[in-house]
Design a protein around this ligand. Structure first.
Ligand SMILES: Cc1ncc(COP(=O)(O)O)c(C=O)c1O
Length: 461
């Protein structure tokens, strides 16, 4: 590893200072935001340093959370901080969303240059939940009042407010006690092939889950001309990085063409390089969307920023609506995001993502072959999940084992995205994390899986 910093845990987390501050935070902060309670990584962080998080007890962890996948260049990239400060100096502390500001269209021009056709225009928002709701409002406005329905996919996560929470929905627990939501969503199955809802196998299944739309929905629920369009995350992120069969996106697109449905792509999590290309849709030639949203990554993890790219046809309906809000298109955020895209190009960050992908496929793939409890490994670019089961035959979700492995990883200095309600975790490195550091993290994962397998599981595969 040369002079590269490494994870270093000298006091088992949470250490005494973390515990003291945890108590203080529990006393004053309302609720816990994660389903299933706090994750293991409940140390109190003090500092983000490149690819590491440091806690208040002096431990250093390899950061595989990256602010819920919002920091593509790690924790404190100096050029992003510099660009933000310049934006603040240029425009002061007034957000100026009511006025036209050069930084907004410079970023829009840059996004247009990298976006696939027919996406030509940009509208700003502040958060992912907001941008998704507004994109769907634009879609409905474009489709007109005779098309009140929107098709969305079970298990997708589009946000936490009353519109987006109903769109996937992602998980029944998220919606506990807070129904009724607004109506109009038609939730259909996503190709979660490791756990196929029909217990079929790809490719023999001929993607039966997509057939559900024509065979069931159009027959029993809604006529084709009452549907405005489809909202899709091509790869479901929060649902454990569910990667569809390669032809599924094109078949979905063809269905939209057939019925004149507007195809909208929520790339809040997968956009800006996470999958190894600028946009996830770039993996699927021949598929075009008329609306595509970015959030998380475009913010650099630093300045709340989200936006929707739209086709020319979407411009008039978008202009009729009030979208955005007070903080949309903050000039300092736009300047920072333009710099972020320049750095990704200049430093060939997508090539680095390809290296990360190779390592993840090789190392996690080998763990899947070796350990009975590793049920599935899903990787595309730096987007990945490892799913744990009691044994490969039954595929029974192994929640306790997953939690134990994540605890052990934390004790050895690696923290992934993980929520205790799920039997998977998601290593989410910065896109520019050095491959050898990422590989070190994978080796630590293997140590933890091996240890937990020896102690609790039914053995080695
Ligand atoms: C695909 C997708 N859309 C929308 C959102 C909501 O974004 P935010 O948390 O910024 O509201 C998320 C957040 O995880 C997401 O993954």
């Amino acid at each position: 590893m040369g002079n590269q910093k490494c994870p270093h845990v000298h006091i088992p987390p949470p250490g005494p200072e973390s515990k003291r501050l945890q108590k203080r935070s529990d006393d004053i902060l309302l609720g816990v935001s994660l389903i299933g309670g706090h994750p293991p990584n409940h140390f109190v962080s003090r500092y983000r340093d490149g690819w590491f998080i440091e806690d208040v007890d002096g431990n250093r962890y390899l950061d595989w959370i990256t602010g819920w996948a919002s920091a593509p260049l790690g924790g404190n990239h100096p050029e992003l901080i510099e660009a933000t400060v310049k934006g603040l100096h240029d425009y002061g502390t007034e957000c100026l969303s009511a006025l036209r500001v050069e930084h907004q269209w410079k970023l829009a021009e840059k996004l247009h240059a990298i976006a696939p056709p027919p996406l030509t225009k940009v509208v700003y928002d502040t958060t992912g939940s907001e941008v998704v709701e507004n994109a769907v409002r634009i879609m409905r406005e474009a489709a007109g009042p005779s098309r009140p329905f929107v098709i969305t996919f079970l298990g997708s996560f589009h946000g936490g407010n009353y519109g987006t929470a109903a769109m996937g929905p992602h998980n029944a627990h998220y919606n506990h006690s807070i129904e009724p939501f607004m109506s109009g969503w038609i939730n259909v199955p996503f190709p979660t092939c490791y756990r196929c809802p029909y217990h079929l196998n790809y490719p023999a299944c001929d993607i039966a889950c997509l057939g559900y739309i024509e065979e069931m929905i159009l027959k029993y629920k809604a006529t084709p001309d009452s549907i405005a369009g489809v909202n899709v995350e091509f790869i479901q992120g929060e649902n454990g990085v569910q990667i569809p069969p390669p032809e599924w996106p094109k078949r979905l697109y063809d269905l939209c063409k057939k019925y004149d449905w507007i195809l909208y792509n929520d790339e809040v999590q997968e956009g800006v390089g996470r999958t190894g290309k600028w946009f996830a849709i770039d993996h699927y030639p021949g598929v075009e969307v008329e609306l595509l949203s970015l959030g998380k990554g475009i913010s650099g993890g630093l300045m709340p920023l989200a936006c929707t790219l739209g086709s020319d046809r979407m411009s008039e309906p978008a202009g009729k609506l009030y979208t955005g809000g007070t903080f949309a298109g903050n000039p300092a955020a736009c300047l920072m995001a333009t710099k972020l895209l320049e750095i990704i190009e200049r430093d060939k960050v997508l090539d680095n993502v390809a290296e990360i992908e190779k390592i993840a496929k090789a190392k996690f793939g080998a763990m899947k072959d070796k350990y009975e409890i590793v049920g599935d490994v899903r990787v595309l670019g730096a987007y990945m999940a490892i799913e744990f089961v009691e044994d490969k035959d039954s595929k029974t979700p192994a929640h306790d084992l997953t939690r134990e492995i994540v605890y052990e990883m934390e004790r050895k200095g690696v923290v992934p995205i993980y929520e205790p309600a799920f039997n998977y975790f998601r290593p989410t490195p910065a896109l520019n994390q050095p491959p050898e550091l990422f590989a070190l993290g994978c080796d630590i994962v293997e140590e933890c899986i091996a240890g937990v397998s020896r102690q609790f599981a039914k053995g080695i595969a």
